[in-house]
Write a protein that binds this ligand. Structure first.
Ligand code: ADP
Length: 411
């Protein structure tokens, strides 16, 4: 046997060593690993290019069958034990087949995006998706693909899968509990504001009664003044609509529907929330200033949830000023925008926040009130964060607290 060049021998050893390490890792990792052969996909993509298709993303979106075909021609070459445990039924050989059975239709776009990442030279791709086990069960997974240039050149692809179904379920449950809590808090807030609401409904009802009596008097005249009666009747209709509106708003607050994000005018949300607050402010001798900047970008949020934030922060401010001399109780609700961020401030003239407690205000069940529940601020935070925003508090130089809500505006 011809003696080998020592250099190439070391290179070979190094290669064997690295291969050994790779195999060890492949087997020992706690995640599910797959080695795929996607050589035929390369051919399909080259054909597409020849046909003049340059925008793969649009093509894949328009041709789901093509995406399914790419999966069908992608072969599973090897999997580790974790994969057998997660996807299989105990027999590794059973898993070595085309990829499409593991990918439900609903996850087509993730597969398509990973192909695009590979062909555009990205080093890796990761996304949450849904995958299918051999027994047909579909579960939530974190999918990662690694596009090492030498492996991709050889038509090989290494992918990793982590089962995140428990996490996703826990998140869904948490969201549901949060929603239930927010709803309970809204209903309890309505309870506290009953006097305000009754007052708001009473006003148009009283106006209806007055206008109807006046209308009757005009009709009872020897020469009924039809024009006057028409004007009064119109006012009666408007007041009836106002009362119906108030009832609808209260019903929204009390109702138990799934939140729906829509592009909202923050100013009108603030103005509508005042419906629940006007009488409350008056009853506590709080002078309200609405400093609403016109022309704000709209914000993407659920109307009722955002009203809940406004009412909560305003009620907290009113309660905080209980010990403030009556003629010094001031609440300024301010809206403004900075670039595409819309900002909502609640400035009060109460005692402000004790710096030692500041960090805990947004924690669940933190309260300094004898009858407080300590859920108002955490609920506000969870609502604001759901829509990509943030809430914070600072003490004002002139005394009192300022709560600030920032929300991304729609461009
Ligand atoms: P609760 O109102 O039931 O106490 P919150 O979560 O709404 O629950 O508020 C938590 C705590 O934050 C309050 O108990 C109070 O100590 C403090 N706080 C909230 N708003 C203000 C404010 N405007 N000024 C001073 N302290 C406030």
């Amino acid at each position: 046997m011809a003696s080998r060049d020592p250099k190439s021998q070391t290179a070979e050893e190094a290669l064997r060593e690295s291969e050994y390490r790779y195999r060890n890792l492949f087997q020992a990792m706690a995640a599910s690993f797959w080695e795929l052969d996607f050589t035929p996909v390369g051919g399909m993509l080259r054909d597409l290019r020849k046909q003049g298709v340059a925008d793969f993303a649009t093509y894949f979106a328009d041709h789901p069958d093509f995406v399914r075909e790419m999966m069908r021609v992608t072969r599973v070459v090897d999997v580790n034990d974790q994969t057998v445990a997660l996807f299989g039924r105990g027999d590794k050989a059973e898993l070595l087949r085309p990829l499409d059975i593991y990918w439900p239709e609903e996850s087509n776009d993730v597969y398509a995006s990973s192909v695009i990442a590979a062909v555009t030279g990205k080093p890796s791709y990761a996304s949450e998706t849904r995958l299918r086990k051999l027994n047909g069960e579909v579960f939530d997974a974190l999918f990662t693909a690694c596009f090492a240039p030498e492996a991709v050149g050889a038509g090989k692809l290494l992918i990793g899968v982590i089962d995140i179904s428990e996490r996703v379920q826990a998140h869904a449950m948490l969201r549901q509990v949060q929603a239930e809590f927010a709803h309970a808090a809204r209903v309890s807030m309505l309870g506290e504001l009953t006097a305000s609401i009754a007052h708001e409904v009473n006003q148009p009802l009283a106006a209806i009664a007055t206008n109807a009596s006046a209308g009757l008097r005009w009709l009872d005249r020897p020469e009924p003044d039809i024009a006057e009666v028409r004007a009064l009747t119109k006012r009666i209709i408007a007041d009836a609509e106002r009362a119906a509106n108030i009832i609808a708003r209260v019903r929204d607050m009390a109702g138990h529907r799934t939140p729906e994000a829509a592009a909202l005018s923050l100013n009108s949300v603030v103005e509508e929330a005042m419906l629940f607050l006007a009488h409350e402010l008056q009853g506590h001798s709080v002078a309200l200033t609405l400093a609403l900047q016109r022309g704000l970008p709209r914000v993407l949020a659920d109307r009722t949830q955002l009203q809940q934030v406004v009412v909560n922060l305003a009620v907290n401010a009113i309660q905080a000023m209980a010990q403030t001399p009556a003629d010094a109780r001031q609440l300024v609700v301010r809206t403004q925008f900075e670039g595409v961020v819309v900002r909502l401030d609640f400035e009060d003239s109460g005692p402000g926040i004790d710096p030692e407690q500041q960090a805990r205000l947004f924690e669940s069940f933190f309260t300094t009130k004898s009858n407080g529940m300590g859920m108002g601020l955490p609920i506000c935070r969870s609502i604001v964060e759901t829509y990509g925003g943030a809430i914070s508090v600072r003490n004002r130089e002139q005394g009192g607290a300022c709560f600030t809500v920032m929300l991304p505006g729609t461009a």
